[in-house]
Design a protein around this ligand. Sequence first.
Ligand code: J2J
Length: 531
Amino acid sequence: MLDGFVPWPETFATRYRECGYWTGRTLGSLLRERAGTHPEAVALIDRDRRWTYRELDQRADCLATGLQRLGLAPGDRVVVQLPNTAEFVQLIFALFRLGAVPVMTLPAQRHVEIEHLITLSGAAAYVIPDAHFGFDHRTLARAMKDRAPSLRHVLVVGDAQEFTALQTLETEPEPLHGPEPADVALLLLSGGTTGAPKLIPRTHDDYFYNAAASAQVSGLNPLTRYLVALPAAHNFPLACPGILGTLHAGGTLVMCPDPSPDTAFPLIARDRVTVTALVPPLAQLWLEATQWLDDDLSSLQLLQVGGSRLKAETARRVGPELGCSLQQVFGMAEGLLNYTRLDDDEELVLHTQGRPLAEDDEVRVVDTEGRDVPEGETGELLVRGPYTLRGYYRAAEHNATAFTPDGFLRSGDLVRRLPTGHLVVEGRLKDVINRGGEKVPVEELENHLLSHPAVLDVAVVGLPDASLGERTCACVIARGQTPTHSELIAHLGAHGLAAYKFPDETRVLASLPRTVLGKVDKTALIRDAAS
Ligand code: J2J
């Protein structure tokens, strides 16, 4: 077992197996099953490339063997930072089959995030594109080689320069040792915890269920064409049902390099896309874009929206303006997924964030003392279940408070539960800004801002924003010369922080309001900023 992984207690594991959640299959076999029954069906389309199930299956095997020859072994961690391409899908299946563990990172992440993730996971390899949207990932890899002693290999899709080209590794398949179903299959990045970003271990058993059950609840089938529009490494497009769910259902993936309407709409029209997943600001942008783009979107049957709260007014427009059904998704990389069902009343689809995927998702809504609140009242969502983690990876100290003694994850989300079991997200306790689905860890950003010489003190808050839901505001106390917003952004960029974490605005204040206990009063800051 991977060191630093917290398994489910044996009584729970037995129950999840007996109830059929964990079927003893690995993620590598998910693809194999379909390649066996439907080898000539198209598994994925990436611009002008089309790979059948047979081809994807074989390429995954060839690459898995190449990675094994390179010296990668079951349990080795591999930081994956690839855009939405065929190679991403091929690589993750190669790693699943080898039993090596992908650490999923976003293409937008930079030195700060990548170094932390390589170091935390002790990664042996780092896989990058040569360049992506004008950024040369090889420069990042060079810096990592110098700083991360565990890193033995840098593998590049495209022009590898001094590194190894991923494509050159493909070789005649040999038998692989492979993982056990209870092994950790991948590590996902957490959207929000205190302190340094955490990694979420997901096992073959639990993630297989996650993808297969999601495919069922979203009605995927062999005719499905799923547009991978959000970054593929994020839990939502990866397995909810996303890439893994679509392949499990025998459908086709359409890889989309970025989710802007200009890129996505022509692909929907050309490849007759039936389903995709977006965050609320993108859903809103797509709705607006139907006014000026005239691509044929008539193939679209289902739009999933999740990641942050979708306004009912936006939700209401999806059917009439995009001509498809809406499914709200309230998910988290930690596990629990809530979906509105395809046959739910319109009221529930427009006004709730769905209900849990599994019968055995144990959801509690509690007050600050940990007592269950009366039905219908708002409280913190606690969860335990067959695909929700029991501990962050290598984070014993954090785990001691992030979970209740009996293993419930304290989600940090404030929810209300309706008699139907549907949840409405009312707010959150955790100190994270949800910038339209992108999570900005507040403490991390504050620490980077504090390292600027002209910043004496800082508090980062989320302010209401019409399109993002929340935008990031840095409230700064100056030391000597007042720093400007652009100076602070330049400082964060030079530190190597991902740009989506940069503040949208900076306010310079004379002092920060404090609570009686001396903590910065962020509620007061937000109120003052709004007035
Ligand atoms: C309000 N807040 C939401 C929603 C997530 C599907 C969809 C989203 C994610 C995701 C995911 C929300 N309304 N509909 O992994 O598979 C906020 C909550 C939650 C946090 C998790 C998936 N949907 N949220 O967003 O791990 O605060 O996953 O705890 O990135 O996003 O963030 P993340």
